[in-house]
Design a protein around this ligand. Structure first.
Ligand SMILES: [Fe+2]
Length: 227
């Protein structure tokens, strides 16, 4: 015998409907609890303190930690200023701030003595390595921002053509938050973290990644600024 929806109520109006109501009540309660505790939270899981996470990886390298924090704070502030001026982008500001602070966490594993990085990996891999760190910390959305912020993003084709020591995959910023962090990053170097580049200087720093990146950056300038 097949049972159809509503049979409960027809067979036993009082008991059946009560059962259905109880099931709905429990489902609603489960939903509320899951939202409060983030059990089924979307990928943008939040962390309490990006600086504490950075410190765990940089405790032995205080000079590098200082350079990283100064650079990342400026990227964060510029990203948040874009969020404030462009409500139509619907940016998740908390995630944006966290991801901006963490996007360069991978530099600790790279070799760039000029900015006190005494690791062994080529610097071009810092985004990928940062992504590995953040994934290992259970932060896959933050990891995506780190992996996709080199230049204006790297395509598999560009990686192959330039012979870069990276997997031949697309590392291109896709979400608005990924694009804003990537864009804001282009205005600040780590050699002079307190100096803001002009748009022209930011464009110059992108020239080595090819013409395509310049077009992407100009598009972001129109979208994120009021030039
Ligand atoms: Fe950066």
């Amino acid at each position: 015998m097949s049972v159809k929806a509503g049979d409960f109520c027809r067979a036993s109006p009082a008991g059946g409907c009560l059962q259905t109501k109880n099931v709905l009540k429990k489902a609603r309660r489960l939903f509320v609890v899951s939202q409060v505790y983030g059990i089924f939270a979307p990928k943008k899981r939040s962390i309490v303190d990006p600086q504490a996470l950075i410190h765990r990886y940089y405790a032995d390298w205080p000079e590098l930690e200082d350079i990283l924090l100064r650079h990342s704070e400026r990227v964060r502030d510029r990203a948040l200023s874009i969020a404030a001026r462009h409500p139509e982008l619907h940016l998740d500001e908390r995630f944006l701030a966290e991801a901006a602070m963490l996007h360069d966490i991978g530099i600790v594993r790279c070799n760039a003595p000029g900015i006190k990085c005494f690791g062994t990996e080529p610097y071009i891999r810092h985004g990928l390595l940062g992504g590995e760190i953040l994934r290992s910390e259970g932060l896959p959305s933050h990891a995506r921002v780190a992996e996709r912020h080199t230049g204006t993003g790297l395509t598999a084709e560009a990686i192959r053509r330039q012979g870069l020591p990276l997997p031949e995959r697309d590392f291109v910023p896709e979400t608005a938050e990924e694009q804003v962090v990537c864009y804001a990053d282009k205005f600040y170097s780590k050699t002079r973290p307190d100096v803001e580049k002009t748009p022209e200087q930011a464009l110059q720093s992108l020239a080595k990644f090819g013409e395509e990146g310049l077009g992407v950056f100009r598009g972001w300038m129109e979208r994120f600024e009021d030039y």
